[in-house]
Write a protein that binds this ligand. Structure first.
Ligand code: VGL
Ligand code: ZN
Length: 212
């Protein structure tokens, strides 16, 4: 067992799967492998993040008159991609995916609950109205448990997974992305994602089944 490493499963929720409101290409393909990985009990600490937006969230195109999903607008002085309504609190699309055995989780971290602020990373919110990026407390939670290394998987590879693994590395954890347990929301983003990871010194594990 990896006692100093944690697994972080990002936003494995039906709304990010085919048929969901913000579907990742082949998003459902990660479900069996994520379930298998949790059941292997390889990691002493397992965390899931859950995108968890109130109705009328600022990241929804429907909240901004005259906009379309996937368009960018300035929000609190920073570019914000607008999304279809997704992961609305207490809807089925926002649940942790029902085909995964989540019983080994130590922490479920809900994010994006502030109507005005998006939150891609599990570690901190995006920029808020005052320009700050408040911490979610995850880094402290991990450090208190002696964790110095994290493995990140989930959805979407080019958005919340990427932001989470980048923050993990920047905050001093040795960070790895489990490539086969991620899928992108933006088509053709994989080369850019790999380049970003390489430049940051973040490890890419091609197959989670190869972890020992
Ligand atoms: C995500 C866009 C909006 C994600 C969440 O989980 O990657 N992407 N909200
Ligand atoms: Zn979201």
């Amino acid at each position: 067992m990896q006692t100093h490493a944690a697994l972080i499963l990002v936003d494995v929720q039906p709304d990010f799967m085919p048929g969901g409101s913000l579907a990742c290409h082949e998003g459902d393909a990660i479900v069996p492998g994520a379930d298998r990985l949790l059941r292997r009990r390889l990691f002493r600490h397992c965390v899931a993040t859950q995108d968890w937006h109130p109705r009328g969230h600022a990241s929804f195109a429907s909240s901004h008159v005259g906009t379309q999903p996937f368009q960018q607008i300035p929000l609190h002085g920073h570019p914000q991609t607008l999304w279809p309504d997704h992961c609305v609190q207490d809807t089925a699309g926002a649940a942790l995916h029902p085909a995964i055995d989540w019983s080994s989780l130590d922490l479920i971290l809900r994010k994006g609950s502030d109507t005005q602020v998006d939150s891609y990373s599990g570690f901190r919110e995006n920029h808020g109205p005052d320009g700050s990026r408040p911490s979610t407390g995850l880094a402290g939670w991990l450090r208190e448990r002696g964790v110095d290394e994290v493995y990140v998987a989930g959805l979407a590879r080019d958005v919340c997974v990427l932001w989470t693994v980048q923050d993990a590395q920047a905050l001093g954890f040795r960070a790895h992305l489990l490539w086969d347990l991620t899928r992108p929301v933006t088509p053709d983003s994989d080369e850019a994602t790999r380049a970003t990871l390489r430049a940051a010194g973040i490890g890419i594990v091609e197959s989670a089944d190869s972890l020992a």
